[in-house]
Design a binder for this molecule. Structure first.
Ligand SMILES: C[S@@+](CC[C@H](N)C(=O)[O-])C[C@H]1O[C@@H](n2cnc3c(N)ncnc32)[C@H](O)[C@@H]1O
Length: 397
């Protein structure tokens, strides 16, 4: 008769068997291991399948606090590596296959908790509503870059955990498409695009796909990123997919030298990195500048509370929101003053991500007197007691 310990181990074995089976029958999508218990500053391990020269391999991406390390392993070695890691290094495992989602966790007392669910019909066989909605997508769901980045599985279905990212990618391309039409870049013979703070580069790959595959243009797209490990990861993925014209460079937007950029993108680049990116976009004469600012730190400590507003802004949360609004309003006005038509809007609703504001600027065909806008900027600064704003200083330098 099976003992309680046998039954406990069976849960782990079941989890491993489903993983191994899905890898061998091609239905494996991804495994995420978290709650690491060892001595390294490791946050999680992300395992996905990868085809190299027609051979299935497993890609292990170890996410540390400050960097990522990628290792590619042959299938058999990868499976035994996973088994070792489930033996205590990680306390939680999520397995995604084309048919099911399974979870294994280890309690404090060493008990394995296991459950498996068949994936909703929305993923295996999409109902009509989903099918109809797909017609309005701006990125084709079966594009290889989406699978390589772990947004879709080998069958081209969106991985449930990545559905927000999928929505964000589509919304981003929808906005970009409008700006490309407005500025006449569709007629450009050769396009140069820079993405500052490209991170894991979902949107950089999406831009490459949009310009080169959807529009059939020749484009050079460069992702600039502070972290070397992400640069290597993205360059390897671009090489695996044989994407010409897409490259990633390690660099700090504050010191990066760029020329002849048509589209300057900086999405969620931290604090004044957004100002440096906008400054570079303006100076290189980019037709489109798109940024989604985050981590606004510069203005808040400078704000002197206007008397009437003091009772409102005494609350830290309100002061933070006000400082963010003032910062982005100044950026939008400076763009206007330097020859752009500017819109500030919600990029994607709060239900999908909290970083949701976009400043979209398209270059005006004709120059306009900017003295009224410069006066507005000065009046806002005076009202709030603001002494300095990074973008303004960079533009005046
Ligand atoms: C929140 S991530 C956003 C990634 C991507 N743009 C997106 O929206 O999905 C911000 C990235 O900007 C990078 N970053 C921050 N400051 C930077 C700087 N001064 N120069 C270049 N990259 C920077 C960070 O390393 C990080 O990967």
């Amino acid at each position: 008769m099976a003992t309680a310990q046998d039954l406990n181990l069976q849960h782990r074995q079941q989890f491993e068997q489903i993983a191994a089976q899905s890898i061998s029958d091609g239905s494996f999508v991804r495994m995420l291991l978290s709650k690491y218990q060892g001595t390294e500053p490791l946050i999680r391990l992300d395992v996905t399948p990868l085809q190299i020269k027609g051979e299935l391999q497993l890609r292990f991406v170890s996410e540390y606090k400050t960097n990522h390390i990628t290792k590619i392993r042959p299938v058999a070695e990868g499976i035994s590596l996973l088994s070792e890691m489930l033996d205590g290094s990680f306390k939680q495992g999520h397995l995604f296959t084309a048919e099911q989602e399974c979870q294994l966790s280890i309690s404090k007392k060493g008990k394995y908790l296991f459950n498996c669910q068949r994936v909703a019909s929305a993923v295996v066989a999409r109902p009509a509503a989903e099918h109809n909605r797909q017609k309005h997508r701006f990125v084709e769901q079966n594009r290889p870059f989406l699978t390589a980045l772990g947004v879709t599985d080998q069958q081209g279905q969106v991985i449930p955990a990545m559905s927000n990212k999928w929505k964000q990618i589509n919304k981003f391309i929808e906005v970009l498409q409008g700006a490309v039409k407005e500025t006449g870049l569709l007629q450009a013979k050769q396009l140069h695009v820079a993405d500052f703070g490209s991170g894991k580069a979902y949107l950089t790959f999406a831009m490459h796909d949009y310009f080169c595959h959807t529009l059939g243009l020749t484009a050079q797209i460069t992702g600039v990123e502070l972290r070397q490990s992400l640069v290597d990861l993205c360059n390897n993925t671009a090489a695996d997919l044989q994407l010409a014209g897409l490259q990633f460079e390690q660099g700090d937007v504050k010191h990066f030298q760029a020329r002849g950029i048509n589209v300057m993108v900086a999405l969620h680049a931290c604090d004044v990195a957004t100002d440096y990116a906008i400054n570079m976009g303006i100076r290189t004469g980019a037709e489109i500048i798109m940024c989604s600012p985050c981590c606004h730190k510069e203005i808040r400590p400078q704000i002197r509370l206007p008397e009437v507003m003091a009772p409102m802004l005494i609350h830290g949360v309100h002061l933070g929101q006000e400082a963010e609004m003032v910062t982005d309003s100044l950026r939008a006005l400076l763009l206007e003053a330097y020859g752009y038509q500017t819109k500030v809007f919600e990029f994607i609703s709060l239900e999908h991500t909290s970083k949701n504001k976009m400043i979209l600027a398209t270059k005006r065909k004709k120059t306009k007197d900017n003295s009224a806008v410069l006066q507005q900027i000065a009046a806002i600064k005076q009202f709030y007691g603001i002494k300095q704003q990074c973008l303004e200083q960079l533009l005046q330098a």
